[in-house]
Structures are given as structure tokens and as C-alpha cells.
Write a protein that binds this ligand. Structure first.
Ligand SMILES: NC(=O)c1ccc[n+]([C@@H]2O[C@H](COP(=O)([O-])OP(=O)(O)OC[C@H]3O[C@@H](n4cnc5c(N)ncnc54)[C@H](O)[C@@H]3O)[C@@H](O)[C@H]2O)c1
Ligand SMILES: [Zn+2]
Ligand SMILES: [Zn+2]
Length: 381
């Protein structure tokens, strides 16, 4: 079968790989119908994620047709079209029982923090991902959801990650009616976080980025007030000024360690890798939020050593909430939001690319060419 193949930083290609097979009674094998490229894949692509081995197939956002089932999977049948959460979760452990599917204790023997994630290096379990014609789905009796007949598969594939992640970012913000919510990042996750903020009762939503076409999209799609941080003298001072000197009620970091902006953070975090990514979005979030406010972080950072102003968190009495999204917990609610037209995920899809052109797709998405917001790979035509 054809599969995306990581050869090292900035080098991906398509290669012929062995077909995945059932390795455990709870497995399924799925023929992929759609597979997105995510901002999280860019951390891998940039060589920021430890133990990302040559030969890994990325892809944690995919839908597919069930081809084969292990004997313990009785809730699916061959031919079902399913959406598969990016978290690999057993559904039974201490953390899964709390709905913390992004922190499953069984699916990632390499770490005690994050659950297994498809195609996300050996630090996330070493599973191959869905940027391929076929993929093995562990715990298939728990993770996949059959796509409802009425649902557009383009909407369904976005329910595997960016919609639940954006929605959970807003949920973790504990938004109260009328709150001013700042979202850092106008990528797919930030767009969905900003759009979801209204569903939780926000009164004002502000989105910050430095890519103008994404900000323009955010202005109408979310909809939100938008600002290019390169045109602001100081993001934090601006946020204070626009909120009567108080600061925003909730700040959401939907950027993570590949952030731009701030020379020192770029030098230490991105160039020298002395900290685990450029933490300027977390910095801006902590300093822009009002005293007693909430900072919600879904942008991905490396686990150790980030320069964030912890003293300000203490002295301002902030609450910080963060996690990988618990996709499976949110899917039923998000299906309802899509059905009722309150969320319109597929509007963010800008590019549909055959798997054979995966290298171009990564380049376009990373370099923000051709007004790219969300590319979808089509591995089977
Ligand atoms: N927690 C989770 O479950 C989860 C799931 C999916 C993605 N993520 C993470 O969310 C983040 C965003 O994902 P995405 O797919 O939207 O990525 P993306 O790369 O498409 O978007 C990130 C956006 O942030 C902008 N940006 C860069 N520096 C900034 C700064 N200092 N301030 C404001 N904006 C800045 C970029 O221009 C870009 O538009 C990534 O870190 C990704 O790994 C987390
Ligand atoms: Zn993703
Ligand atoms: Zn579990």
C-alpha cells in the first residue's frame, strides 16, 4: 500500500509499505478515505519531536472504511465508514474512566503523560498513522464512531481532532456569559476555538495571528475581531488597552511551540532548542488575561523547559488548564452541533490533495502558500 514516509526534518515522501494487519483481537484495519495534515504534524516535520523515527507514517486525523476486524470488536462491521479520534485510548483504564482519553494509561508504553497518538513518533506510542491507504486501528471496539448517514465526510474527518480540540479549548476556558476571549492562532484549531467560544456564551472574541489571509478568514468564519501581532507594538499592552486596562477574561493558546514572534524565544526555543519550543503564545496569554482569569492551552509544547512567566500566574491568581483534546468524549456533542448548523467544520478545508503529492501538501501547509488553511489527503482516489 502507499503511505507517507518520514525521511527526516522537512523531508517526506510516498512509499510502498506492507499492509497493516490485525495484531490484537481489539484491532481493526481501515481503508482510509480522508486524512488531514495538522499543525501538530508540522512539529514532527520540523524535527521538533524527539524520537520521531525515519520510516514513520504520520496522520492522526482520518476517516476510513472498516476492512477487517479483530474478533473482540463487535460494535463495528466490515464496510462501516468511521471517524477515528486522534487519541488512541483503551476506554477502560483509570484515566479513560474519567474521560481523559488523551491521557490513556494503556496505549502509550513510552510515556506516562500523553496517550498513544496515530503517526506521532515513538514518544506517542510509535503507531503508524493514517496518511496512508490503510491503517491499523487499535482498541477499535472503543475509539471509532460510525459516521452518521446525513453527515458530510469532510465534516466527519475534522471531528477527529481540530473541532474537538478547538471546542475543548473554549470549554477549558470556563467562559462565562459576556466574557472577552482572546484566541492566539488563526490556524484550524484557533478558528474552531474562536467559533466555539460563542457557543459557550462569549460576548467578544479576539483572534491574533500574523498571517493576514487567515485573519481575514477568522473575521467572517468565527466571527472575530482580528489583529496581526506584527502590527501591534506590544500584544499585552494592546489587550489591556482594549479591555479598560483589566485584561481579557479568557486567553486560549492555539499556537504551541512552533510559534513566531519574539526574538529570544525563537532563538532559545526554535533555533537552539534550549527550551521545548517558542513559548511566546503562552507568555502573551498569561500576561493578557485579567487577574483571576483563565488560560487554556491546547497548543503543543515539548514537555520540559519552557520560559513562561510562572510568577505572574501565581501573583495574578490565574487558572491554567491544558490538555490534548479528549476527542471521544466530545464527538456525540459535536455531531449535534454540526447537525444543527452551529458548527461548520468543512468550511476550513482549502486543499484536497492525492496522497502521491504529500510532499507538496506539507510544503504548502507549512509555508502558508495559496491561502492554505486545512489540507486533506485523499489516499484512495
Ligand atoms: N491539544 C490538542 O489536542 C491539539 C490537537 C490538535 C492540534 N494541537 C496543536 O494546536 C496548535 C495549532 O494547530 P493548527 O493545526 O491550528 O496549526 P497551524 O500551524 O495551522 O496554526 C498555528 C497558527 O498560529 C499562528 N502563530 C504563530 N505564532 C503565533 C503567535 N506568536 N501568536 C499568534 N499566532 C501565532 C501561525 O501563523 C498559524 O496560523 C499546534 O500546536 C498543534 O500541535 C493540539
Ligand atoms: Zn491534528
Ligand atoms: Zn485508557
Amino acid at each position: 500500500m502507499l503511505a507517507m514516509d518520514y525521511r527526516g526534518p522537512y523531508r517526506v515522501r510516498v512509499t510502498d509499505k506492507p499492509m497493516p494487519r490485525i495484531e490484537h483481537p481489539r484491532d481493526a484495519v481501515v481503508r482510509v478515505t480522508r486524512s488531514c495534515i495538522c499543525g501538530s504534524d508540522l512539529h514532527l516535520y520540523h524535527g521538533m519531536v524527539p524520537d520521531c523515527r525515519v520510516g514513520t507514517t504520520f496522520g492522526h486525523e482520518f476517516t476510513g472504511i472498516v476492512e477487517e476486524l479483530g474478533e473482540d470488536v463487535t460494535n463495528l462491521k466490515v464496510g462501516d465508514h468511521v471517524l477515528v479520534p486522534f487519541n488512541i485510548a483503551c476506554g477502560q483504564c483509570h484515566f479513560c474512566k474519567q474521560g481523559l482519553f488523551g491521557n490513556c494509561h494503556e496505549s502509550n508504553p513510552q510515556a506516562t503523560a500523553v496517550a498513544g497518538i496515530y503517526g506521532y513518533s515513538h514518544t506517542a506510542g510509535g503507531y503508524d498513522g493514517g496518511q496512508a491507504q490503510y491503517v491499523r486501528v487499535p482498541y477499535a471496539d472503543f475509539g471509532p464512531t460510525v459516521i452518521p448517514d446525513w453527515m458530510d465526510p469532510d465534516d466527519a474527518v475534522l471531528l477527529t481532532d481540530v473541532v474537538p480540540t478547538g471546542y475543548q479549548a473554549a470549554e477549558m476556558g470556563g467562559i462565562q456569559k459576556g466574557d472577552t476571549v482572546l484566541v492566539l492562532g488563526a490556524g484550524p484549531v484557533g478558528l474552531l476555538a474562536a467559533r466555539s467560544a460563542w457557543l459557550f456564551g462569549a460576548g467578544r472574541v479576539i483572534v491574533i495571528d500574523h498571517v493576514d489571509y487567515r485573519l481575514e478568514f477568522a473575521r467572517t468564519y468565527c466571527p472575530a475581531e482580528v489583529y496581526n501581532f506584527k502590527e501591534l507594538d506590544d500584544v499585552v499592552v494592546f489587550m489591556k488597552k482594549t479591555t479598560d486596562g483589566l485584561g481579557v477574561d479568557v486567553a486560549i493558546d492555539a499556537v504551541g511551540g512552533d510559534a513566531k514572534g519574539n526574538f529570544l524565544q525563537t532563538l532559545f526555543g526554535t533555533k537552539l532548542k534550549l527550551e521545548a519550543g517558542n513559548a511566546i503564545p503562552a507568555h502573551w496569554a498569561i500576561n493578557s488575561v485579567k487577574k483571576g482569569g483563565i488560560v487554556s492551552i491546547v497548543g503543543v509544547y515539548g514537555p520540559t523547559g519552557n520560559m513562561v512567566p510562572l510568577g505572574n500566574v501565581v501573583n495574578k491568581g490565574l487558572t491554567i488548564r491544558a490538555n490534548q483534546a479528549s476527542v471521544k468524549r466530545l464527538v456525540p456533542r459535536l455531531i449535534e452541533h454540526v447537525r444543527e448548523g452551529r458548527l461548520d467544520p468543512k468550511a476550513i478545508i482549502t486543499h484536497r490533495v492525492p496522497l502521491e503529492e504529500v510532499a507538496d501538501a506539507y510544503h504548502i501547509f507549512m509555508s502558508k502558500l495559496d491561502n492554505c488553511i486545512k489540507p486533506v489527503l485523499l489516499p484512495n482516489g
